[in-house]
Write a protein that binds this ligand. Structure first.
Ligand code: CP
Ligand code: NVA
Length: 306
């Protein structure tokens, strides 16, 4: 069955994830060679944002432009949805104008409702629960730097948030070993962790050194996500030792790469020294948002394959 939406990575098979990564690689290589693929000519993507964004907004907008289509930035502050118009009605109205919707919001349920009530593809551009677009770009970047995914160890250090949830699913589905280090009470989604333990090599521990041992990829994210600004000071205390620094890097494989979805808070979840030493892979990762999302747009919205 062709892919209808990208709501969360758990909905995708391993083959579907790998096929998106292959298409992303091709789109990246073709863009560098100046080969265009205007296969979304005449199509429009609406981008609903209830939270801020640099990468997601710009990469989707440029991605649609690259593919011959157009993108509309729709801030929830200006839409009626921000004044309480039900998502079910928004979905049915937007389905009559647009060919696809990307949404960044708080509740995963809102994304699922948009998909259920509308008749066009819906892409999750981040919820409190997950960030599938980011992890597709992350997997693409790991493949680029490490050659392949199966058997490689991915270690996530920090808050068991949307990034942790999606990295666990993406890592396990592509055959990686996944270890997460989180403080007690800040672990990733319990159901997802149970699924990961049953389906692959998965560890969740409060011990950063144990999680980082022999890792091929070290990954971190902010201690306070969007919507948690009020907890930022308290979280600084709780997460103090959940930082990627030289000592953690020394536990990982000699050629370990470091990734960060960005924005980064230097000297909080990552030291400035480690961040700058690994800027090459971190900014390649940011670039890959564009290529990976173009692949998603092609899979969901094009009438033909590349
Ligand atoms: N990583 C990421 O999603 O960045 P933005 O919040 O800038 O979109
Ligand atoms: N966990 C972060 C990710 C930002 C891309 C947040 O939700 O704010």
């Amino acid at each position: 069955m062709p892919l209808k939406h990208l709501l969360k990575l758990a909905d995708l098979s391993t083959e579907e994830i790998l096929s998106i990564l292959d298409t992303a690689d091709q789109l990246k290589s073709d863009k560098k060679k100046g080969i265009a693929h205007p296969i979304l000519k005449g199509k429009t993507l609406g981008m609903i944002f209830r939270k801020s964004s640099t990468r997601t907004r710009v990469s989707f907008e440029v991605g649609m432009y690259d593919l011959g289509g157009a993108a509309l930035f729709l801030s929830s502050q200006d839409l009626q949805i921000g004044r309480g118009e039900p998502v079910q009605d928004t979905a049915r109205v937007l389905s009559r104008y647009l060919d696809g919707i990307m949404i960044r919001t708080f509740d995963q349920e809102e994304v699922e409702a948009l998909a259920e009530c509308g008749s066009i593809p819906v892409i999750n551009g981040l919820t409190d629960y997950c960030h599938p677009c980011q992890v597709l770009a992350d997997l693409m970047t790991i493949r680029e730097f490490k050659g392949s995914l199966p058997g490689k160890k991915l270690c996530y250090i920090g808050d068991g948030n949307n990034m942790a949830n999606s990295l666990i699913v993406g890592g396990i589905k592509t055959g990686m070993k996944v270890a997460v280090a989180c403080p007690p009470d800040y672990e990733p989604d319990q159901e997802l962790m149970q699924w990961a333990s049953a389906n692959g090599d998965f560890l969740c521990t409060p011990d950063v050194a144990q999680a980082a041992e022999g890792a091929d990829v070290l990954y971190t994210d902010v201690w306070a996500s969007m919507g948690q600004e009020g907890e930022a000071e308290e979280r600084k205390k709780i997460f103090k030792s959940y930082q990627i620094n030289d000592a953690v890097l020394a536990k990982a494989a000699d050629d370990a790469m470091v990734l960060h979805c960005l924005p980064a808070h230097r000297e909080e979840e990552i030291t400035a020294k480690v961040f700058e030493a690994h800027a090459k892979e971190i900014f390649e990762e940011a670039e890959n948002r564009l290529h990976a999302q173009k692949a998603v747009l092609v899979k969901l919205m094009a009438d033909q394959s590349l």
